[in-house]
Every structure is written in C-alpha cells, then in structure tokens.
Design a binder for this molecule. Structure first.
Ligand code: 48F
Length: 264
C-alpha cells in the first residue's frame, strides 16, 4: 500500500487543511450569517472586492430556500432587474415571458457557491451563529457553535469570530436581529425599534421593498434578503429570487462604502 493512502494521513490532511483555514478566519472584515442566496451574493461581491469574508451556514447544504425552488419544483423565477447578475455569474436563464425568467435552482446554487468560494470567501457549513459579540454598543463579531451541538442541546460553550461588520442573512426568522433585540431592547433602526415581522405574501411589493429594506439596522449589523423584509415589516414572496440577489449586492455595496479592502 502506498504511504499517501494511509488512513491517518487522510485524517491529517483534512484536519490540517481545515484548521489552517479556520484559524485564518477568526478575524474577518465581514461575517455573514446564512448561506442562502442573499448571503452568498453579498459574500461574492465583498470577496471579489478584496475583503476577508466568512459565511456561516447552519445546515449541511448551502443555498437556503433556493434548492427547493417553489414547493419542491426545483425552478426559480427571476425578474429583469436581476438578469445582469445572473449573466455576470454565467447562470442560465430561460425567458418565460417579457421581463420574467426561469432558472434551474440547482445550477443557480452550485454556480453561486463555486463563484463565491473562488472569489475568496470562506463558507463554513454546519456552524450556527448563536449570539453576537458586542463592544461599545457596536456588533463586532459572532458567537458560534457546531449546529450538531445546538440541535442536540448539549451544554458546550461556544467560540467567537471577530468582524468589522456582521450581516444577518438568516432569512424569514431574522435570527441575528432578534438576538440583538432580545439583548439590547427595542433599539433596532426599524419603525418599532424591534423586528417588526414579515407580512403575508405579496411578491410585487415584497420584491420592491427588499432592496430598500437592506440596510444597517444596528451599529455593525446589516440585514439583507428575506431577513430585511422581516425586520422592516414588509411582505414575503414566493419562489422569485431576483430581489434576493439585488439585496445581497446592495448589502455588499453598503459595506464597501464603509470598509476599504486591506484597511486594518
Ligand atoms: O432562507 P434563506 O434562503 O434566506 P435568503 O437569502 O433567501 C430567501 C429565499 O430563500 C426564500 C424567499 C424567496 O422569495 O423568500 O425564502 O433571504 O437562507 C437563510 C440561510 O441562513 C441559515 C439557514 O440555514 C439558511 O440556509 N441560517 C439561519 N439561521 C442561522 C443560519 C444561524 N443562526 N446561523 C447560521 N445559519
């Protein structure tokens, strides 16, 4: 048997490689909670601009609500405004009618994941964000644990990951904003100071408000994707995803206007 196929060598290759990367990620420019479409797009644009970005995903797989398409029909719809992003990423779009396109959900997720990693972002799956780090009334990182630990309710202390900016891209539950609300009181930059909660489905209005609702909601904490509508009290949508892409890109633009790549 060749030495390089030794079982322990395989284990060492995996653990050494993982921990080298993990150690280099303990301080980042941006940490994004959630590897759904909005979080991945945000990470893609930030990494492409040269920022150090970590994406933390609770589940085994990335893509959030996208791989399931609409009610498990694995297709997504995309409106005209988001077409340039799909073209930039080289994801196929089929015209359905004027201004509305259909994409394969799996091609979209896999291409987006690959482009985001190749742009330089680190994506960690099976890690949950369970709290934030906060200093001088500013969010300055996240508190993390293995999802398996959280799910099995084991009493195991977490670790932390520092960041200049944290992005809540956790989808409908807006989990990070809810944590901040719970710990600081009604001080979010929303109409009520709290997570208002998403409204019932109305795709037209939901998609329009999504980009507008993408913003900093607490010092050091931005919100994008469905979490943005949930926090601001705007409607949900069905399996139309253009707004998620546009929202992720806007979050990246807002962060890039604050943080310059390479700045300490
Ligand atoms: O839900 P999700 O896909 O959010 P999104 O990017 O996109 C929304 C659409 O999928 C869809 C829609 C289309 O019109 O409305 O719902 O806004 O992805 C959120 C990801 O965050 C992960 C979760 O597993 C999912 O993959 N997530 C949620 N909470 C945490 C988390 C957490 N505390 N820590 C880590 N990951």
């Amino acid at each position: 048997m060749e030495k390089r196929l030794d079982d322990v060598t395989i284990s060492r290759a995996i653990t050494e490689s993982f921990f080298q990367q993990f150690l280099s990620c303990l301080k980042a420019d941006v940490v994004i909670a959630g590897a759904g479409p909005s979080g991945l797009i945000c990470a893609y644009y930030l990494a492409r601009a040269g920022l150090k970005v970590n994406v933390l995903e609770r589940q085994l797989r990335v893509g959030g609500g996208m791989p399931g398409g609409g009610m498990m029909f694995n297709r997504i719809t995309v409106q005209e405004e988001a077409k340039p992003i799909f073209e930039e990423l080289d994801i196929s779009l089929a015209v359905y009618q004027e201004g509305l396109y259909v994409a394969d959900a799996l091609e979209t997720v896999s291409t987006l994941c690959s482009r985001t990693i190749r742009a330089g972002a680190m994506i960690f799956n099976l890690i949950s964000v369970e709290d934030v780090m906060m200093q001088q009334e500013r969010v300055c990182g996240v508190v993390i644990n293995w999802s398996a630990t959280v799910w099995s309710k084991l009493h195991v202390d977490p670790l932390s990951m520092a960041a200049k900016v944290v992005v809540d891209a956790t989808g409908h539950d807006a989990e990070i904003c809810r944590i901040v609300e719970r710990k600081t009181g009604p001080r979010l930059r929303t109409p009520s100071g709290t997570v208002v909660g998403e409204k019932s489905m109305w795709a037209q209005v939901g998609e329009q408000s999504l980009v507008e609702n993408t913003r900093e909601v607490f010092p050091g904490l931005l919100v994008c994707g469905m979490a943005a509508n949930a926090v601001m009290g705007a409607p949900r949508m069905g399996a139309i995803f253009g707004g998620m892409f546009l929202s992720g890109r806007k979050a990246a633009e807002l962060i890039l206007s604050q943080l310059k790549p390479g700045e300490k």
